[in-house]
Design a protein. Structure first.
Length: 429
């Protein structure tokens, strides 16, 4: 915060010097005690958005004062130039479709509030210059007939979306005739079109009256998405709002940058009334954009770090007189294992494997011992009836570069095999 405030105060100071040289009132002078104030009273620092507003007011005041001195020369040119500036600095709009079943109405409102909170500081021309428009069936759909209800909604609102935020609680939704639910149909339509999809699943305690069939269908879909999607878990509406607000900058950047919109436009109209006036405006605009671009890049780097996932697989082979099973973890970046556990189908931890958390490498092989697997087999009816059973390996790792942590779970299928007249287990997963 201190670094950002110092950057913007420096811009104000330079603007004040230029205005003084031109005899134009502008940004206030910077007190010599500014550094001391930052050190002694951090709680009184102005908010980031308030700094932007103050700088914009100083810029407008400078331009108006200068225009009053050069009114005769610019009387005819200024309205046209001002119109071009307004057109060139208006934010580009990205439609955000909010998709969910009917049991998360409070969470839907929380996402809308998060979007509005994000728009306030990011729709400005000196920041991302992007405005996110929340799209919901409650506010954007209308009565129509002639097709499946979901097909009509797809035409009315889904096709308009640039980004989809999907929310799930304890239900997957009602089948549409083309998918397991309207939310799933909307998500898959976005995925098929190559559009951005952000999914959030609830990990709150399941209500006692929850529909078990709905829960099972939702869990199956979540497990299917584990193979190709980085999703997030939330505990309540407030937690979801906090997470969405935090993620929106990375999401908007990922969508807007390839489209060359917002702050990534190739060109934008500028004020060309006078050379002196342009230099004042450009100093503020260019230096603020540089500071904001650095801040946004840092946020993108943090978001990218959060999406880091090592590759996990199970290797099973005959080695001498034994059937050997190993958990294989790989990543282009060095990481360390912090925990590896064997988990039963019910989710209970059965066994912890020895790991060396202080050792960093780009790959690890963890032996899944026969003795540990026997603990699951001895309590599995399937094993005694069909010589097979299920389980999973739960693991936690930490990246050496920035201490980013990741936890995952890899399910496996085990079957009994005979090697050298001895019973062993062969894993696949």
């Amino acid at each position: 915060i201190e670094s950002a405030v110092k950057d913007f105060l420096l811009v104000q100071q330079r603007n004040a010097v230029k205005n003084e040289a031109m005899s134009v009132p502008g940004a206030p002078r910077i007190p010599l005690s500014a550094r001391q104030q930052l050190s002694e009273h951090p709680q009184s620092l102005p908010r980031y958005n308030e700094i932007l507003i103050g700088l914009e007011r100083a810029r407008v005041q400078s331009e108006r004062s200068f225009q009053s001195k050069t009114a005769n020369q610019t009387m005819n040119a200024y309205p046209v130039a001002a119109k071009k500036v307004r057109e060139g600095t208006r934010p580009d709009v990205l439609n955000v479709l909010i998709a969910s079943p009917s049991d998360v109405s409070e969470e839907r409102e929380a996402v809308v509030e998060a979007i509005h909170d994000w728009n306030a500081p990011h729709a400005r021309p000196d920041t991302l210059n992007i405005l996110l428009n929340p799209i919901r069936w409650e506010t954007h759909s209308y009565p129509e007939s002639g097709d499946r209800p979901q097909a009509l909604l797809n035409r009315q609102i889904v096709e308009l979306g640039d980004i989809l935020i999907g929310i799930f609680g304890a239900r997957i939704g009602t089948p549409t005739g083309a998918a397991d639910s309207g939310s799933i149909e909307e998500i898959e339509q976005f995925r098929k079109a190559g559009k951005y999809v952000a999914l959030y699943f609830s990990n709150a305690p399941v209500p006692r009256d929850a529909d078990r069939q709905q829960l099972d269908a939702l869990e199956s879909y979540r497990e299917a998405r584990m193979r190709d999607t980085k999703y997030e878990m939330y505990s309540n509406a407030a937690d979801l709002r906090r997470q969405v607000t935090q993620h929106l900058t990375g999401i908007a950047t990922s969508v807007a940058k390839p489209l060359q919109i917002g702050m990534w436009r190739s060109s934008a109209p500028t004020m060309t009334v006078t050379t002196e006036q342009k230099s004042v405006a450009e100093v503020i605009r260019d230096e603020m954009k540089q500071a904001e671009a650095a801040r946004l890049q840092a946020q993108v780097d943090r978001d990218e770090a959060a999406r880091w996932t090592p590759v996990a697989a199970i290797e099973s082979r005959v080695e001498g007189p034994e059937q050997v099973n190993n958990l294989i973890l790989k990543s282009p970046m060095d990481f360390a294992l912090s925990q590896v556990s064997l988990v039963s189908p019910s989710g209970a931890k059965v066994h912890d494997y020895d790991v060396h958390g202080e050792v960093f490498s780009k790959g690890f092989s963890v032996p899944i011992t026969h003795a540990s697997l026997t603990k699951i087999a001895n309590n599995s009816p399937n094993y005694f009836n069909f010589s097979t059973f299920e389980g999973s390996i739960r693991y936690s790792v930490v990246r050496q570069k920035d201490a980013v942590q990741f936890s995952g779970e890899l399910k496996f299928h085990a079957e009994m095999v005979i090697v050298n007249s001895t019973v062993w287990f062969r894993l696949s997963g």
